[in-house]
Structures are given as C-alpha cells and as structure tokens.
Design a protein around this ligand. Structure first.
Ligand SMILES: [Zn+2]
Length: 344
C-alpha cells in the first residue's frame, strides 16, 4: 500500500507539473531603466530571459532583485551601445547566466561592451551564441523565438546608425500572439527584414525600434507589422528628444496603442492556450504618464501637441549642456563620458 501511495504521488506530481506548464503565461516586463532598454521575460517553461540591461547598474538590478532573480537562462545584448549594455555588466557580476546572445559588431568607440563580453566568457557555465538571421532560439518548446536581424559577420565601427542596425531583432510568438522586439534597429534594418520576411511580420505588439526615434518605425514596416500595441522605452526629458512626434504619429496611424516606460515598467502577459477563452486578449497593463500631454492627440483631428518639440539647434544645445553637466558630475568615470560623447 505504501508503495502504491508513493507511485500515486509521483503521478500526481507529474500531472500537476505539466498541468501548470499548460497554464503558464508568457510575461514581458518592459523595465523602466531611464533612457535605454531592458526587457525581462518569464517563459512558460519556468525559464527566463533578459534583452538588454539599460544605461545604469541600479534600475535593472533593482527590478531583478524585486523579483528575486538570481539566475538568468538567456541574456541578449541587442547591440553594443551603453544604454543597452551597462546594466548587464552588474547583472553578470551578481547573477549566473546560462546563455549569452551577441552580434558580431564591435563598437570601437566603447570599451564597456568588451568588458561585458569578457564577463560572459568568464562565467564557465555560460555559453556565448552569435545567432544567425532566420535562426530559432531554443528557449521554450511552446514559444517560437526567431531572429529577424543581426550582424553575423565580424566588423568594427563607431558609427551609431550602423551599430543600431546590427540590433538582434526577435520575433517571439506564443499561443498565436507575436511580440516583435526591435532593439535599436532603424529603417535600413527594417527594410532588410521586410525583404527577407515579408509575409511573417504581423505582430500584436511592437517594442518600437530605437526608443521611438524618427529613424525607426517606417510606414512600410508598420504596414506589415500592424501592431495593436507599441511599447516605447525612453527616459523622461532625455537629451535625444525620444520619442519622436512623427514616429508616434506613424505608430498610431497603423492602429497601435502607445505605452511608454518613462515613468513605470510596462507589462504584457500572453495567456496560456487553455486560458484563451477566459482572457481573449493578451493583457497589457496600461499606464500612460502624462497621457493627455503625450499620447492623446488622435489621428483624425490632431489636437495641440504638447510633446516638447525641439528645433535641431535647440536639440544640439540641450545635448551639449547635458554632456558638460555630466562631465562635471561624473568627471572620474571616463568610460561613461567618452561613450556619451560618441553618442553625441
Ligand atoms: Zn539605445
């Protein structure tokens, strides 16, 4: 009898284990990391992923601490710019990582990206991957993770647009719903993706490229993606003027509801197959800081827009002022300053 009970417990455990997997959601957290990018993903199989780490140590690590994350299965560096990799350095310092996904582009204007790559190599259990375009990443059997863009062959540059266009772009599909993660891919990368994958781009959600800059989210691309939801990752009052008014207008024109990370982390939960009837739509937590000011300007009859629209001259002045202030403030942090000047 005792043996029977033991066997029964094992079967019960297996049953409930798989039942719970079938119930599992795919969760995206578009983390408020200031002027940068970081997306934390909880996969239905219990594993996790982090796409970029934002521009500072603190914010992404505070977020991961709040979720008691000590290990990450998949870390992606979309491209080697400081607003994407700096936060990852602390992640590698304080947590174990199983897989690191990187492009083959080297940012010769920065040293920190290579420090990060060395950290990934130094973790003995961590494997570095350089995924190819069209490759599917083996994250979870129930989730399709396809690479739509990256730079597969080694090259060096200090040109910011070229670096952006090397971004690892991921199309993540679960239970019939797709989320497109663009990194900082700009219009040239979008055009390449359109050429290669013209008939498989339709997505429920688009993590808009390059922080909502005007250099990304082209009409042609949006016409194929047709996002219902667009997530924009940027810091309040940033010196780059992100997001760009015209880019937001284009996103809205193609039907996207806009969500921003500037004041709060945004979440997007994709329901498990069994839950589909209960939760017909993926759930996104709506939080629109300054909604009236920033996003509620409609398409049919645009109202007065209060997005601070700066002239090029004003933008240049703002950037210079910010950098001079930073040099005064962070004078000793040479790496950080030189990277900021490169961005400028
Ligand atoms: Zn960026």
């Amino acid at each position: 009898m005792k043996k029977f009970t033991g066997l029964f417990s094992i079967f019960a455990f297996i049953f409930f284990f798989f039942a719970s997997l079938a119930d599992a959601q795919l969760n995206f957290y578009f983390v408020n990391v200031g002027q940068g990018d970081a997306t934390y993903i909880e996969l239905p199989n219990g594993k996790n992923a982090l796409i970029d780490g934002g521009p500072t140590n603190r914010l992404i690590n505070d977020f991961l601490n709040s979720k008691n994350v000590t290990h990450i299965d998949h870390v992606v560096l979309t491209h080697p710019h400081s607003d994407h990799y700096i936060g990852l350095k602390k992640v590698f310092k304080t947590r174990t990582v199983s897989n690191f996904y990187d492009s083959r582009v080297e940012n010769i204007a920065a040293k920190g990206d290579n420090t990060l790559r060395e950290q990934a190599n130094a973790q003995r259990a961590c494997k570095t991957h350089f995924p190819k375009i069209g490759e599917k990443l083996n994250w979870d059997p129930s989730v399709d993770v396809k690479v739509l863009n990256t730079c597969e062959t080694p090259f060096e540059t200090r040109n910011n647009s070229k670096l952006n266009n090397c971004s690892i772009v991921l199309k993540i599909t679960y239970n019939g719903t797709t989320v497109m993660m663009m990194g900082d891919a700009e219009m040239p990368a979008e055009a390449e993706i359109l050429k290669r994958f013209p008939n498989e781009l339709k997505s429920y959600a688009l993590k808009a490229g390059h922080h909502g800059s005007d250099t990304a989210s082209s009409e042609a691309f949006l016409a194929k993606v047709q996002p219902k939801v667009a997530i924009l990752s940027f810091g309040a009052n940033n010196k780059y003027g992100h997001p760009d008014y015209d880019a937001l207008m284009r996103l809205q024109k193609y039907g996207a509801q806009l969500f921003a990370t500037q004041a709060e982390t945004q979440t997007l939960f994709l329901p498990a197959p069994g839950k589909r009837s209960n939760a017909e739509q993926p759930q996104i937590k709506a939080y629109h800081p300054n909604e009236q000011l920033m996003f509620d300007f409609g398409i049919e009859q645009p109202v007065e827009v209060s997005i601070p629209m700066l002239t090029d001259e004003q933008k240049t002045k703002t950037k210079k002022n910010k950098i001079i202030k930073d040099i005064k403030k962070f004078g000793s942090d040479q790496e950080n300053i030189s990277e900021q000047l490169q961005l400028f």
